[in-house]
Design a protein around this ligand. Sequence first.
Ligand code: ADP
Ligand code: MG
Length: 730
Amino acid sequence: AAFMAAMAALIVALLALFEWLPSYTAPTWLGITAPALVLAPVCWAAAGYCCWQRRDQNDIFRMFALMSAIMVLANLAILYSTAYDDAPSMIAHFGKFAGKLFFLVGLMEMSAIEMAERLRAENELHLLNIDLEHRVHERTKQVEQSNDALKGEVMRRQQAERRLQSQLGRMRLLDRITRSVGERQDIASIFQVVIGSLEDYMPVDFASIALYSPEQNAATIAHLGVKTRPIAVAIAMPEKTRVPVDENGLARAMKGELVYEPAMATVPFSFPRRLAGGGLNALVIAPLAIEAKVFGALIIARRQADSFTSIDCEFLKQLCEHVSLAAHQAQLRENLQQAYDDLRKSRQAVMQQERLRALGQMASGIAHDINNAISPMALHTQSLIETGGNLTPRIRSYLEIVSRVTDDVTATVARMREFYRERDEDTPLGPVDLNKLVDQVIDLTRARWSDLPQRAGVTIEMHADLAHGLPPAAGVESEIREALTNLIFNAVDAMPQGGRLTVRTSLLSGAAERRVQVEVIDTGVGMDADTRRRCLEPFFTTKGERGTGLGLAMVYGVAQRLGAALEIDSEPGKGTNFRIIFAVAERAEKGQAPGAAPPVSLPPLRILVIDDDPVILDSMRLVLELDGHTVTAANDGRAGVDAFRAAHGTAEAFAVVITDLGMPYMDGHEVARAIKHTSSSTPVILLTGWGRRMSGDQEPPANVDRTLDKPPKLPELREALAGTLAMGGQ
Ligand code: ADP
Ligand code: MG
């Protein structure tokens, strides 16, 4: 505002000055005619000088300086004008115009140059900018890359750390498990502790151990973890479940490889599918093997798919190696214990056999004595009943009772004798009437299948299903009897809740040969495959302390010895069928069983009776004399033979000799030999209290025409006398 005001004041002052001053004068200083304008060139000159001074600062100053020079000249010219339109004035105006034009053109050129300059600069700037941007980009990329690398490194470190941690954890778990396994000695508890630890500390949702049986190519779930059991039950796979090892994913494990399945629902095998049914997804099966023989597998599963790391698998593999070793050791220990137990049992069994043998001999001796004792009684009673015409009916009935009781005692003693008969390896196989034998064995074992169970409130129905007209079996009666007894005992043991016990005989007529079979069939607990396979082994028993495991071994031995086949059918829960199949005895049984033989009438005979027992001697003499015979008694073998020889060839010669078998100095056989030596045609009847040998129904011994059991019954005695005389007479 001050400047404007100053300028305005200056303009006014100048206007006033120019009005006052005369426009033109006569030529004055230096001939100047317009002195009022004398300052104009001076001002231009000053301005020009100032701009020239600054010409390097800006081209506009140079331009303005040059224009100022032209203006100075133009304004100098006007100083010499005398009118507005004279030549100097025109020149001055033209000069002024030219000066301004020059300046304008100069300015325009300058601005054009500047424009071009600016454009170039702008262009340059643009290029620079692009370059810069590019470099920035590059740099950013580098930074990003190194950032990524750094991040990766950090991740790797973290992963390594985590891996290390988890490895450490697994190692601790392994240590813990092996430690607790080391404290145990039986396989079952070793497995249980392993499974329990895995469930608790690994942890897993499903842990079990399956044992592999190569013969059946099947695995059996043997142990389940406590937390696993509900799942196992839900998918119907509790303990003892048998899983066949075919193409179901178990096969590879049973070949010794560790199997890992991250998502079970997607595989086509039945076993993982079954587990998947229980909500399980990831599965590891690690084989348990001893010396490259797989005996089972550890089966581990988790609900979460893909949840086992390679560290887990390595750990399970290692664990399985440890567990296998421990199990192996435990197994060895158990085997040792078993061997020791077997040894103890066999010692007991030998002792038992020894005891039985002693008992048998004792019983045999007792039987002999009893026979000797009751022989005279039986004979006297019978002869009294037959000949005592003047007996009162009461006394007769007493005598009949005595006779009957004596018969009972005889039968009991006979059974006792047969039961403890000694074995003779060379004895040929005789014909055995199986039907009779079965009846006898059922009778003998009655206490075991009837009385004892009844006392416990259990009923066992016994059925004898006997084939009619069964040919005799080739065998040894006592041995078959023992075998059947054992089979019946086993059948009773198998039916603790009662049931039906059938003993059946039948004839098998095959193409080649006829065979006879006896079966013992029960409706008891039956046997599983393993028991069935091992039941014949000596000492194999499922009855614990109660069993000896020798029964079936003995049955098997008998079958072997007799050339018979032994067959077993059994099904758990249904029952068992034991069959012994014999060849038919070649020779049919000789003679008919002596029924009620008709009374035999004999001519009076001279009979020599030899026995060391005076009571028997007396009673024999008595009954024979009552029959009208003449009897000479000798109380030992020597005396008997002497008497025979003395009488031989005379009218007093003996028609028959009856001798006891067991006598001191000279026994019945020797007596028979001596008699036959003297007179081969004289019949010899041998009395024996020992019963017959196994080949009972066969030929009498050498030199003996007939054997008779003690105590001899009167009809048998008569029949024997008649029989031998008939033979001798021919
Ligand atoms: P023990 O009777 O002393 O056990 P055995 O040799 O007689 O010995 O029998 C061996 C095993 O065979 C028995 O422990 C039992 O497991 C099995 N067994 C034998 N007979 C039968 C049967 N009739 N039913 C079921 N199991 C049987
Ligand atoms: Mg038995």
